[in-house]
Ligand binder design. Sequence first.
Ligand code: NAP
Ligand code: ZN
Length: 348
Amino acid sequence: MITAKARAVDGPDKLFRVAEIKRRDLDVHDVLIEIKYAGICHSDIHTAHGEWGAVHYPLVPGHEIAGIVAEVGAEVTKYKVGDRVGVGCMVDSCGECENCRNGEEQYCLNGNTPTYAGVDKYGEPTQGGYSTHIVVPENFVVRIPDNIGLDVAAPLLCAGITTYSPLNHWQAGPGKKVAVIGLGGLGHMAVKIAHAKGAEVTVLSQTLRKKDDGLKFGADHYHATSEPDTFKKLAGSFDLIINTVSAKLDMDAYFSLLTLDGTLVNVGAPAEPLSVNVFSLIGQRRSFAGSAIGGIRETQEMLDFCAEHDIAPQIEVISADPEQIDKAYKRVLASDVRYRFVIDISTM
Ligand code: NAP
Ligand code: ZN
């Protein structure tokens, strides 16, 4: 067993504290990673607060992990000590179902093993990246290209892939009008990636406060959804809308912004159900879809795409002081994140 330093919460309304956790001894296909940086995703907050259902406490969140391989199991072939690697939202899956065989492990028909708040094949609760070390099967580890710093690589492992995957699947590219709702962690990555893919990108944010940033990230247009005119002006405009908002929205208002055959993809995952008036879909044969992270192969493809196109998230690095993490959570909840908090694990 390896003892790792960590930051944990003990309940839905508890603050972060210093903790120690055990990481298993390496199985033959396992990799031990010394974590350097861990991003703070809004999903960490939903989970830590118990909004998505009961979780096992103490909980160590964190599924945007970047670090260095410190040890490899006897039969590991893909990685060696010293390699720069990342781990995202899952650390295992059955490997045998149709979806796993197709490289869509996130949709494993037997359920993938989430990086934290899950249970691994040994029956142990999984604990995430707000910690100094993690043990992960090599098939759930990706390689971080040399020209991407480990600090900015971390958020790509969730915010990057979660937006890259639907932009790929629904073919964002030249001639396509794409809107992104919410300019937070996922939203700002969606803007950068959609722009790099050649789409015409519009940000739909609550206010114009972050307009300069949005345009700098590659958006062509920027609108405030709090302005009553916005929905009238943009009616029927977009081929694809990526909704990254962590709270309940008036979906019908956003469906009205889609073209004939347009699709609105929800990646945002509010705990509260969203309501839909089907007439706002059927009148223009519109689709309402969802998308979860991406498979391991696609995650590697996303990292290579970001390396090639010089795409990195805009981050604010914080120390691993528990109070700093609590403060970051508050700012994310207040839509005051610019645009991803990343914990410097070396300060643990
Ligand atoms: P985030 O950084 O907090 O960004 C969310 C953005 O949504 C905010 O910055 C804000 O943007 C907007 N927003 C927040 N509350 C709002 C409200 N009440 N009304 C309208 N807009 C609001 O969060 P994130 O880390 O990007 O995650 C976003 C969501 O995606 C979360 O629910 C998370 O759990 C989910 N998620 C899903 C997946 C997946 O696989 N599908 C993966 C990762 C995360 P503006 O200030 O610009 O309006
Ligand atoms: Zn996430």
